[in-house]
Every structure is written in structure tokens, then in C-alpha cells.
Design a protein around this ligand. Structure first.
Ligand SMILES: Cc1cc2nc3c(=O)[nH]c(=O)nc-3n(C[C@H](O)[C@H](O)[C@H](O)COP(=O)(O)OP(=O)(O)OC[C@H]3O[C@@H](n4cnc5c(N)ncnc54)[C@H](O)[C@@H]3O)c2cc1C
Length: 377
């Protein structure tokens, strides 16, 4: 099977992103990221509104810190090593679905393929052209870099900081990189106008003059709504194009890797004639990501409504165990609903419920397919 990868940017390209690859995301790749990792974080400091705080440690790395420019160029190189043909500076402008093929138009040219994977991010063309952009909600983040010098790198060695209760629907972060700190703030899109003030507040807490900030940039993070479609005909969406960002953390790389893997499996089966469509991708993705998304929505509601209580809960050994196991994706572990956040989530009308129901339906459908397969085969 021949694979063509098109990207409108000129590579290597940067992208607004903290570049934090959780251990669970890295574990989905068939190769190590060592050559592009600048710091392996195994300590998390959780602050509440720049006041009360605590530090937790793990024996194994929780998050690998990289730069998107380096990471994405590395991923493209691994893809081309595996035989993928890569063309950058090619902007896809339209996608046309036929019963037996897909036509991707770019400028005056067109590519004909057996299937298409839309991995073109939050502002991509594919979802809109296919009519499956859905009813996405958006978070928005503003980030910047601070070169070491005024800040001592050893203060943040192997440690990231999350400041909770500072912004509705989000938080402020400090990530350690090789030559600088990456700092940022995340909130609901409707609160986007306040981001600059919040970033200045964060920088002020570090005793850094705002003029010292470099590469200040903002971008949206898409959150799919329950029922939003992931496929149409011979096309499917992955990552941000599908709105798969984790609503609690704003983590999108894990879902992008996972959905890409499931999407590639489904396309391979379609092209090999093993399946007639890509529906199996939608079911597998919703099953794998739906329950963690439901739990993340409940935690987000709890954090938003009761930041003090949520911070106090996170301080407990039980909560830290769940957080650690989620970041590291220990077998069988995910951010499922522990009692306290579930109760808090319920009080705040449990926004995760429809995602949970969708995941359960996807699981039920997958189980029935297996059962059918077992009966006939
Ligand atoms: C400020 C900020 C900080 C973040 N920090 C983190 C973090 O630390 N950890 C984490 O896990 N997540 C983080 N995220 C989320 C993460 O960046 C995204 O979820 C992730 O990049 C999604 O990957 P993707 O491949 O789906 O999309 P993208 O990384 O956006 O890639 C989409 C690609 O499609 C190309 N493209 C777009 N349109 C077209 C077109 N028409 N034709 C051809 N090519 C096209 C683009 O050039 C781009 O290369 C952050 C997001 C923001 C905004």
C-alpha cells in the first residue's frame, strides 16, 4: 500500500504547543523519541492560584519535553523511512468522495487515493469539506518561551508546574526545555481576551519582565461534541481535525497518535478488501478515548466549580496514583471516575455523561461485531 503525506507548511515547521509528550503518548510509537527529547519530567508541582502548592514525584518519566519543530520533523523522517512519500508546501483545498476512491485537490492538481486520513489540525480543510466538522467547542491557549539566564534551569530540572484555579476551564503551566522555559495559559475560547493578562500574571510570579518573553503565540484546541462524526465514506479524521483534545489537560498529542494508529489500521483493512468501510475506526476510537474523555470532562467541571476542593483531592495519595498511572498509561489504568471527582462532576451536571454513553455504545457495538464474527467464523 503506497502512502502520500501532504502538508501545507514548509518543513521543519513549528506549531504553537507546549511540546509535552506524556509517557502514554510516547508508548504508542514504534520507536523511541530520545533524540528529540530535551527533558524527561518525573516531578509535578501543583499550585492553587499561585499560593498553596505541593510536589509529587514518580520513579519513571511522566512527560517527555520536546519542541514541536524537532518532534514533527523527526516523525516525518520516521514515516519516510517506512516508505511514505512526503510533500510539504502542498495545501489541500478540497476533498471529493466517490464510491471507490477519494480525490484530494491541491491548487490546480489532484491526487486520487483509495482513502484519506484528515490530520490537518484544528483549522484544517478536510472536516469542513466532508461536512463532518461537527459542533466543536474550543479552548484557547497563549504560550511563550523564557530563555534561561534570569531563571536558573536547576529550579525546574525534571519538574513541570501546573497552576490550578487561575483561569476558567484551564490552568497556567511552566514546562522545562533544554535552553528555556515554556510558559502558557489555557482557558475557554470565550475568555480568550483575558489570556494576555493571565500570561503576564504568570510571568510576574516568576519575577520576569514581560519584555523577556519570546515567541508569544496563541492557538485554539478543539473539543468534539458527543455525536460528532469521525468518518465519512472513504475518509476519516484524526487528532485535532477530529476534535480529540483531552478537555482537562489540553493534551492532544496522545489522542493524535492513538487515533492515527487506529485510523491507519482501518484504512489498511479497507484497502486490503477486509472491510467495506471505515466505521470500525469510529467505533474503536470512541471506545478507546470516550471513557477517558468522560472522566476528563467530570474532572474539568469539578476543577472549575470547586478548585480548592479539587486541589485538596489531588493532594491525596489516591489521586496522585490515578494521575501518575494515567500519564504513564499503566496497563488497565486510565483516568476513570474516582468517587470524589465523580460526585463533584455530578453536582456540576456531569458533562462527561454523553461521552460515556457514546463510548459504551461503541463498546457494545464492537462486542456484538466480535460475537457475530465468532458465530459466522
Ligand atoms: C499553546 C498550545 C500548547 C499545547 N501543548 C500541548 C502539550 O504540551 N502536549 C500535548 O499533548 N498537546 C498540546 N497541545 C495540543 C496539541 O498541540 C495538538 O492537539 C496536536 O498538535 C494535534 O496534532 P495534529 O497532528 O492533529 O494537528 P497539528 O499538529 O495541528 O498538525 C496539523 C498539520 O496539518 C497541516 N495542514 C493544515 N491544513 C492543511 C491543508 N489544508 N492542507 C495540507 N496540510 C494542512 C498543518 O500545516 C499541520 O502541519 C497544545 C496546543 C496549544 C495550542
Amino acid at each position: 500500500m503506497a502512502t502520500l503525506l501532504l502538508d501545507r507548511a514548509s518543513f521543519p515547521r513549528d506549531k504553537p504547543c507546549g511540546g509535552g509528550v506524556t509517557a502514554r503518548a510516547a508508548s504508542l510509537l514504534p520507536f523511541a523519541l530520545d533524540t528529540v527529547v530535551e527533558s524527561a519530567v518525573d516531578q509535578v508541582e501543583l499550585g492553587l492560584r499561585y499560593g498553596r502548592r505541593f510536589l509529587r514525584r514518580s520513579k519513571r518519566p511522566l512527560v517527555l519535553m520536546t519542541e514541536r519543530k524537532r518532534l514533527d520533523a523527526f516523525l516525518v523522517a520516521r514515516a519516510t523511512d517506512a516508505g511514505v512519500v512526503f510533500r510539504d508546501e502542498v495545501r489541500v483545498t478540497d476533498i471529493e468522495l466517490r464510491a471507490d476512491r477519494v480525490i484530494a485537490r491541491h491548487g490546480t492538481k489532484a491526487t486520487v487515493a483509495g482513502a484519506v486520513i484528515g490530520a490537518d489540525g484544528v483549522n484544517g480543510t478536510t472536516a469542513r469539506r466532508l461536512g463532518i466538522a461537527g459542533r466543536r467547542r474550543h479552548l484557547v491557549a497563549l504560550e511563550a518561551d523564557i530563555a534561561y539566564g534570569p531563571i536558573d534551569p536547576s529550579d525546574y530540572e525534571r519538574r513541570l508546574v501546573l497552576e490550578l484555579g487561575t483561569l476558567p476551564g484551564g490552568y497556567a503551566w511552566i514546562f522545562p526545555k533544554a535552553g528555556h522555559l515554556n510558559v502558557g495559559v489555557l482557558t475557554w475560547e470565550r475568555n480568550g481576551a483575558d489570556l494576555r493578562n493571565h500570561l503576564q500574571q504568570l510571568v510576574g510570579r516568576l519575577d520576569i519582565a514581560p519584555e523577556t518573553l519570546e515567541n508569544v503565540r496563541g492557538y485554539r484546541l478543539p473539543l468534539r461534541s458527543p455525536g460528532d462524526s469521525l468518518t465519512r465514506g472513504r475518509a476519516l479524521l484524526v487528532g485535532d481535525a477530529a476534535g480529540l483534545v483531552d478537555p482537562l489537560l489540553g493534551e492532544g498529542i496522545h489522542a493524535a497518535f492513538l487515533s492515527a494508529r487506529l485510523g491507519a489500521d482501518a484504512v489498511r483493512a479497507l484497502i486490503a478488501g477486509e472491510t467495506a468501510g471505515l466505521e470500525r475506526y469510529a467505533g474503536a476510537s470512541l471506545f478507546a478515548l470516550g471513557r477517558p474523555a468522560a472522566a476528563a470532562w467530570a474532572h474539568k467541571a469539578a476543577l472549575d466549580c470547586y478548585p480548592r476542593l479539587a486541589h485538596a483531592w489531588l493532594r491525596t495519595p489516591w489521586a496522585w496514583r490515578i494521575v501518575r498511572r494515567t500519564f504513564q498509561q499503566e496497563p488497565g489504568a486510565q483516568l476513570t471516575d474516582p468517587v470524589v471527582p465523580r460526585v463533584l462532576g455530578r453536582i456540576s451536571r456531569d458533562p462527561g455523561r454523553p461521552y460515556r454513553a457514546e463510548a459504551e455504545r461503541a463498546g457494545f457495538a464492537a462486542a456484538s461485531t466480535l460475537h457475530e464474527g465468532g458465530r459466522h467464523g
